[in-house]
Design a protein. Sequence first.
Length: 124
Amino acid sequence: MSDKLVKNILKNGGGTYNAATLHEIFPDDRGGYWVGAIKGSALVITADRVADLSDLTLTSLIQGISARYGVSNVGAWVDEFGDIHLDPSLWMPDREGALRLGYANKQRSIWDIAAGEAISLEVN
């Protein structure tokens, strides 16, 4: 059975977490965008393994990504197949900069905080 952190990610379709505190970083009045910070750094937990994923394991993965890439925030999102993707994440204040970084890092999407939705990126 999945634990609280795993259940929260599955229920909400994802979230961005501070790796030190494991608290979800909620949007505030600044708005902005969450972008995968480093090209090729995503870790994918396939849907067939999600059912057995514990908070302890997920915590270890989040903190490991943070340490490996030197970032404090790790984004999690659930794709259309039920796979959980973990990415080192960077907050960007403006859409243009977020789009540039997203395309440069070959991201599938960026997260628009104010709209509460993903902006799909067509990457060749």
